[in-house]
Design a binder for this molecule. Sequence first.
Ligand SMILES: Nc1ncnc2c1ncn2[C@@H]1O[C@H](COP(=O)(O)OP(=O)(O)OP(=O)(O)O)[C@@H](O)[C@H]1O
Ligand SMILES: [Mg+2]
Length: 598
Amino acid sequence: MQSESVQAIKNGIYSFQTITRYVPGWTFCYVFLTAISALISPVQIYVLENLVDSVVSAWNVQHIFWWGTLLIAVILLRSGFSFVKGLVMTMLTRDFRRGQIPVTLRKFRQIEYACFENSSKQDLLNKISENPQSEILSVFVQMLSIISAVISTAGVELLLFRASFLLGIVSIVTMLPMFLLEGKAANKETKLRWTMTTDIRKRYYLQQLFVDKDALQEIKLFDAKDLLIDRSEALTKKINTEMKDTLKQVIRLSSGSSMAAFIFTGAALFVLSFALLKGNITFGVFVSLVTALTSFYGTIRGTVGAVATFLRLSAKIKYYQDFLALPERMDPLHGDEKETADPATIQFDHVSFRYPGSEKDVLHDVSFTIFPEQRIAFVGQNGAGKTTIIKLLLGLYVPTRGKIYIGGMDSTELSDEKRQKLFSVIFQDYQNYELTLRENIAFGNIEKLRCDDALFKAMKDAGIEDLPTKYDQGFDQHLGRIFEDGVNLSGGQWQRAALARAYLADASFIIMDEPTAALDPIAESEMYTQFAAILKNRGAIMISHRLASAKMAEKIFVMENGRITEEGCHDELLKKGGAYAEMWEKQSSWYTERKMTV
Ligand SMILES: Nc1ncnc2c1ncn2[C@@H]1O[C@H](COP(=O)(O)OP(=O)(O)OP(=O)(O)O)[C@@H](O)[C@H]1O
Ligand SMILES: [Mg+2]
């Protein structure tokens, strides 16, 4: 527990330093205003004491006027400060986000690709993507409000001790159980909120399934409706029970602390009245301290609440620090300066590869050369290593042994920009962006975002040139369901949109890692024919289980268990009578049967 508190304080300081780095001016203003407003409570008590004394004991009109004016000024200052503090916080938040969000995004861009495939790191990334800026800000605000409450309470304590030593002691002794009990209550409340958030999120997911069109179809088909409703109700029951139990405990603890507050107030009143009667304190001190005591308990409750929230939130700062410490991709030092001899010759030279954290190699001694403008296909069973080859080619991973040369240059020395010019890729799990049609296509080459002709051409090549004419908004039609006016595309249309995106890029090679799953074999075959026609002077690397793509290729590499076992063109491989010929034999009926029935 102690080390937890020390860590929380360290995290608090870290959030303070982070914010200061981005918005030093606003941070200074906020800290300054907080410090001044912390002193207002004790100052107000002191001014009230003097005002009452100048009325009761001396009836000094001049004093009454000055102390009265001062009291009004202090009260106005209190509300004025909280207003200005709010404004400063708004500016601070705005500027901090403006400065910090690009840093987080840049970090996301630089993180080693392997982190995205590692489940614990993926978890961390999910947590971070939720909004690290607000957590840093909340920790900062909570920390300052605790410091401010401590200063304010210390000021009031000073006045209590000044009035009567005994009163000071009584207030501290009764404050301890209040702190303890309120602390426990606040802890229970925040814990409940956390577990509830997880359960509520789970319940939200279940409810969302009933809204999701695709999911609903399956749910109805599999008759899983009742099961989902039961699970959602069970969660509601669990949430309610937990809430009831926690509330009971909180009420019990808070009653204990209210009792302590009651004893303290009673004892304080007794001590103060006794001191007043004995003439040890003035009437002004009596009135001002009685007034102060009424808000004393509330301040302590608030502070304890702030401490509990601070402890909880500051744990989240650790995620942010871990995120910043994630390994980054090494940018090649001189990548841009070196010119490759022939930008589009790819050579794998005895490449073996093992995924980080994995026990065994998934590629074994793979060697091949792909020449510019060549059409290549990789075929092989699930898990043979086809996608892995593409990931290595794109520089997402580095070979464990062997080298990859691109245009005669070690591919690790290739800059990102050069790689982008060389390869345009559509992965198996390509992305459907719920943005406009224009953006969906232009992500292939963002320079063409406003170039309707180029977008149209890419879409024509992909076979979806009719899409913009179908909608009033044309290229600016929103796709997907996030936007109110969004329209959903069919699986095949989404796929063709991904294709158009790849066509738009002016890359030397277009890589297609089986993006054709949503198409039937004939449509896939037609698409590849179309694809071959539009390639012109570009090379292509095609990956597919189905051999329609392979037939178009000048050279086919057959992969088995991380090795290239056969290579050659379609006819050569058929003649050879090996694994490829066997696969072709099995699959050829897909193409002939359907043609016969059409
Ligand atoms: N991130 C990863 N970490 C560890 N092992 C992985 C990872 N990704 C893939 N593998 C393993 O590497 C092997 C090759 O996978 P790869 O994705 O390259 O196969 P593939 O030929 O593309 O298969 P498919 O046709 O199913 O797409 C598989 O055994 C797979 O389990
Ligand atoms: Mg694959």
